[in-house]
Design a protein around this ligand. Structure first.
Ligand SMILES: *[C@@H]1O[C@H](CO)[C@@H](O)[C@H](O)[C@H]1NC(C)=O
Ligand SMILES: *[C@@H]1O[C@H](CO)[C@@H](O)[C@H](O)[C@H]1NC(C)=O
Ligand SMILES: *[C@@H]1O[C@H](CO)[C@@H](O)[C@H](O)[C@H]1NC(C)=O
Ligand SMILES: *[C@@H]1O[C@H](CO)[C@@H](O)[C@H](O)[C@H]1NC(C)=O
Ligand SMILES: *[C@@H]1O[C@H](CO)[C@@H](O)[C@H](O)[C@H]1NC(C)=O
Ligand SMILES: *[C@@H]1O[C@H](CO)[C@@H](O)[C@H](O)[C@H]1NC(C)=O
Ligand SMILES: *[C@@H]1O[C@H](CO)[C@@H](O)[C@H](O)[C@H]1NC(C)=O
Ligand SMILES: *[C@@H]1O[C@H](CO)[C@@H](O)[C@H](O)[C@H]1NC(C)=O
Length: 623
């Protein structure tokens, strides 16, 4: 073990002889984990934590030639910086020197003129300060004889840069006001704080927010006793346990490592993507374990107040059931920012609460909570106050607690697994309007609904399955012709727009590889499309079924491919309209009795003029 020992300030002399200095530099390599006031670290020397896990020294990020003091993993084949000291004030040469000075500060000095470039701070002083690099990636300043963490004068874990390491505490110390949060680098070449940051925001009920400057981009959600509300199944890491602390001293969370052999970190990159990484030895590299935001529904407040984002729908935004778009014109143009409003206005007295299930709870900035109330007490509390808009159970692990909202509900998304229940205040007139239990629907269609409608009258029996967005069921016309009926579910507001789109397009198209529309119906809340019946269902049913897919021989496959291509060619070039389908997938290819393919589902299609050959689309649609 060799260390540089400083007596007085001989480095001032070194700087007069840069050639000699650099020769000496190459020979000295500090492999200790601790320095005291008589020692220092120069550019080229490093501190290594006692177990050999982390290393601290000078580095240049990306393509930059600037020098920074930072921390990285000691033995990984990819240099991965996890913390930077002088992130805002780079050194332009290799003249920096890192020291511990009395009464307990870690400082980075300009060796040329002795000026301080960066310094830690401390509210206390000690007799014999040392700086030590610990094995979990934390550089701490402490008294030489006191190793207990609560007596550290300063630790880098309290001033994270863009990386969260297991054991680090993120959140706010309510006594001192000190906040620990992640802030992204400006670029890969520049570790100074960029636009994006990642906070545990204690306003209302604490929730984790990803911000771009001051504006919220993504909200992981509120702590529900088990996890943060917006993290569905599979986003949890089995090698770590989340600990959430909320008391009069602090609001914070931290991860505790269960399996120490797993090397993980969580970062936020310069373009605002938060990622969890795991080191995979076999691959000699980092593998992304999860990305946040994960999809468009993670965009904060995308669907506006009382809108709900469902990634399985296209477009993804819809109104919550019994809500309607505030600005229906904007809604069909995919401007969802105005959100939705209740169909019936609240009256305060006599309002009721309706349960909405399977959601990520809305933004809790304007909320109130009580950790011991029951759900019934919670309801009473919310009902008492006319400005209370909704309530929910706070803690799923204990099965109690009360969280109530005082403002419009924003940033709701529906989750396929692990969503929660929320009880939303509604006018009493909405109480009886639920149709959940009705499972037989008799719809009568009348004739002559414009040029596109074929005059027919039919009675259909449709058994309603819950949760199906669209249902395709078989019926028989009076003349005996078999038909398929596509019925749009009532609770998808976006349905009507898609529906009309589909009717308009497909009525004007005729090709043997496009499905034929026989009729449609828009009556009250019912929207039905009548198609010719396709006995072999859709391509996905065959393709993704192990036994059925074996029956698809190459000739049949080729015919299907050829037919789809013909249908597309017709849409793109030969039809009068020129149409881009925008949602072409196996489930939208129907197969007739001879296995001829027919393109269906024109809900997403877009038309461009007969002379145009290009169109730009401004948003993602379909699946
Ligand atoms: C600093 O550390 C060195 C090496 O461990 C030791 O010899 C020296 O006495 C220490 N100085 C102080 C002031 O503790
Ligand atoms: C450095 O610059 C080269 C060429 O401009 C580029 O290909 C490379 O990605 C850059 N590296 C980093 C880490 O930014
Ligand atoms: C790094 O060192 C640790 C602890 O000595 C060891 O468990 C790990 O396998 C090493 N990793 C690599 C990539 O050498
Ligand atoms: C260090 O000091 C030298 C001489 O005064 C100066 O030219 C240089 O810019 C300083 N470096 C930093 C990073 O302040
Ligand atoms: C240390 O510095 C940070 C940022 O400069 C400041 O917020 C904090 O209050 C300081 N802490 C002490 C103990 O002085
Ligand atoms: C509901 O309230 C809004 C604003 O107060 C008002 O503009 C609207 O007409 C009301 N709607 C009904 C159906 O009473
Ligand atoms: C929470 O509710 C319980 C039961 O209603 C009550 O006893 C307690 O005082 C409340 N706590 C706070 C902080 O309001
Ligand atoms: C209702 O709640 C709001 C927000 O917390 C509060 O300002 C108001 O005083 C409450 N009103 C009543 C009657 O409790």
């Amino acid at each position: 073990m060799t260390t540089t020992v400083q007596m007085g300030s001989p480095w001032k002399c070194f700087s007069c002889f840069p050639v000699i200095f650099s020769l000496i530099l190459q020979q000295i390599s500090v492999t200790a984990d601790t320095i005291n006031v008589t020692q220092s670290i120069r550019d080229g020397e490093t501190l290594v934590s006692s177990g050999g896990i982390f290393e601290m020294g000078f580095f240049s990020p990306g393509n930059s030639s600037n020098r920074y003091v930072g921390l990285w993993y000691n033995n990984l084949t990819v240099r991965t910086i996890v913390w930077v000291a002088n992130r805002e004030i780079p050194l332009t040469n290799t003249d920096g020197i890192l020291r511990v000075i009395n009464p307990g500060l870690l400082v980075l000095l300009n060796n040329t003129n002795g000026g301080t470039i960066w310094s830690s701070n401390a509210s206390r002083s000690v007799h014999n300060p040392v700086a030590q690099l610990l094995d979990y990636g934390n550089i701490v300043v402490r008294d030489a004889n006191d190793e207990s963490p609560e007596n550290f004068l300063w630790q880098s874990f309290d001033y994270p840069t863009d990386t969260y390491l297991p054991g680090m505490r993120c959140g706010r110390n309510l006594q001192t006001g000190l906040e620990n949060y992640l802030s992204a680098w400006r670029s890969n070449d520049d570790p100074s704080p960029g636009e994006y940051s990642f906070h545990l925001d204690p306003t209302g009920f604490p929730q984790i927010l990803l911000k771009r400057d001051e504006s919220v981009q993504f909200r992981i959600g509120t702590w529900n006793g088990i996890r943060f509300s917006g993290t569905p199944d599979g986003r949890e890491d089995p090698t770590h346990r989340l600990v959430f602390v909320m008391n009069e001293n602090e609001v914070s969370y931290r991860e505790e490592t269960i399996d120490r052999s797993v090397i993980t970190r969580f970062t936020i990159n310069p373009s605002g993507l938060a990622q969890r990484w795991t080191w995979v030895d076999r691959r000699h590299g980092w593998v992304v374990y999860l990305n946040m935001p994960a999809d468009i529904c993670d965009s904060y407040g995308l669907c506006g107040p009382y809108g709900s984002c469902n990634i399985g729908n296209s477009p993804s935004c819809g109104c919550l059931e019994r809500f309607v778009p505030r600005d229906p014109g904007g809604w069909v143009r995919a401007d969802w920012s105005n959100g939705c409003v209740r169909r019936s206005n609240l009256s305060c007295q006599g309002d009721v609460f309706l349960r909405y299930s399977g959601i990520k709870l809305p933004d809790a900035t304007y909320s109130w909570y009580n950790t011991s109330m029951s759900l019934e007490e919670c309801r009473t509390e919310c009902l008492r106050n006319c400005s209370c808009t909704a309530y929910a159970q706070l803690d799923r692990s204990k099965g109690n607690g009360c969280l109530i909202w005082f403002d419009d509900l924003v940033d709701i998304r529906s989750l396929s697994t692990d969503g929660q229940d929320i009880y939303i205040r509604m006018a009493s007139s909405e109480a009886g309007s639920t149709r959940k239990n009705r499972d037989i629907l008799i719809a009568s269609l009348t004739s002559a609904m414009g040029a596109i409608l074929i005059g027919l009258s039919l009675f259909l029996c449709i058994r309603k399955k819950r949760n199906d967005r669209k249902m395709k069921k078989k019926g028989i016309l009076e003349g005996g012709q078999e038909i398929a009926v596509k019925r749009l579910s009532k609770d998808s507001m976006q349905g009507l727009y898609e529906f009309k789109n589909e009717v308009i397009f497909i009525a004007k198209l005729q090709h043997r590889n496009l499905v034929r529309l026989l009729g449609c119906c828009i009556q009250g809340e019912e929207n039905l499309l009548i198609y010719e019946f396709m006995p072999n269902k859709s391509l996905d049913v065959i393709l993704f079924d192990q036994t059925k897919s074996k029956l698809l021989d190459w000739q049949t496959r080729f015919n299907i491919i050829n037919g789809i291509a013909r249908g597309l060619l017709y849409l793109h070039q030969d039809s009068r309209l020129r149409i881009i389908h925008r949602d072409l997938k196996a489930s939208n290819i129907l197969l007739d009795s001879d296995m001829n393919p027919k393109i269906s589902d024109f809900g997403m299609a877009r038309c461009f003029g007969g002379n145009e050959t290009e169109a730009k689309t401004r948003r993602v649609v379909g699946t």
